[in-house]
Design a protein around this ligand. Structure first.
Ligand code: NAD
Length: 265
């Protein structure tokens, strides 16, 4: 198999300080890309050196950090602008997101708006900012948006999360239609349950209450939860020329959980 070489590519990864985004950033850099990490803070939620510092220390490519709240389109533009100094964005990974698991009747308007602002609006304007630069420069590009299996099927807790991720998945198809004529591809990745600060700290899924985690391990065909590297590998493929004819696709990376049924019927 050919080695993926992203030398000369510049990636912007929102939410790249922690969890899945951190692993995506490190993986793209490992394959030669320069990476702008755009996040609320540079310190990883799981501890350790900031992602951009690790890139500079371990890989040939350059790592940059830009403070960015994805709910502010102007801050996304600033992050994309930072990529210009490295040669210009050619890979945009809209990864920043939050998850909450409130019951349907407990979700108030503020919680709904917050979820949509970060998870859906943040992806929309991140992609727009990057596409604008790519088109201006006449540069081919790849946009990868982080959706979720919760944007493919529904679940009882976190209905607002499912709504935001369904929006990401379908807006990605529409982006592919709009941007294809400019040689810009747009794809979504739909992770299953991945061990990250989100699932560990925000959703408490790897603590004392392992109910959902145990169920996942018991019922998903591959018998395990995912790791950030599982998602980073899919993003690497979608960012690279290996996926040059793939656009308007959403790739489920979940160990088989979504498309199989372990019950009796
Ligand atoms: P995480 O909480 O571990 O990391 C998310 C990162 O996004 C953090 O660094 C955080 O600071 C950043 N972020 C949050 N709000 C932001 C904002 N307004 N502006 C800029 N940055 C912001 O989460 P994760 O598990 O790594 O999730 C990454 C993506 O993958 C999210 O979109 C999430 O919905 C999606 N996803 C995760 C899972 C999972 O099981 N972990 C499953 C499906 C989808």
């Amino acid at each position: 198999m050919s080695e993926i070489d992203l030398t000369g590519d510049v990636a912007v990864v929102t939410g790249g300080a922690s969890g899945i985004g951190r692993r995506i950033s490190l993986t793209l850099a490992e394959h030669g890309a320069d990476v702008v990490v755009a996040d609320l803070q540079s310190d990883p939620r799981e501890g350790g050196d900031p992602t951009h510092e690790r890139i500079d220390a371990e890989f040939e490519g350059t790592g940059r950090y830009v403070e960015c709240d994805v709910t502010e389109p102007s801050e996304l533009e600033t992050a994309v602008e930072a990529a210009e100094t490295l040669g210009g964005v050619s890979i945009m990974v809209n990864n920043a997101g939050i998850s909450r698991s409130e019951d349907f009747l407990e979700i108030d308007e503020a919680a709904y708006d917050r979820m949509m602002e970060i998870n859906a609006k943040g992806v929309f304007f991140g992609a727009q900012a990057a596409a604008d630069r790519m088109i201006d420069a006449g540069r081919e590009g790849s946009i990868v948006n982080l959706a979720s299996i919760s944007g493919v099927t529904g679940r009882a807790t976190g209905v607002h999360y499912c709504a935001s991720k369904g929006a990401v998945r379908v807006m990605t198809y529409a982006m592919a239609a709009a941007l294809g004529p400019h040689d810009i591809r747009a794809n979504a990745v739909c992770p299953g349950l991945i061990e990250s600060p989100m699932t560990r700290q925000d959703l408490g899924m790897f603590g004392e209450d392992r109910g959902a985690t145990d169920t996942y391990e018991r019922t998903a065909p591959l018998g395990r939860v995912g790791q950030p590297q599982d998602i980073a590998d899919a993003v690497l493929y979608l960012s690279s020329p290996l996926s040059g004819f793939v656009t308007g696709e959403s790739v489920i990376v979940d160990g088989g959980a979504t498309n199989t049924w372990s019950g009796v019927a």
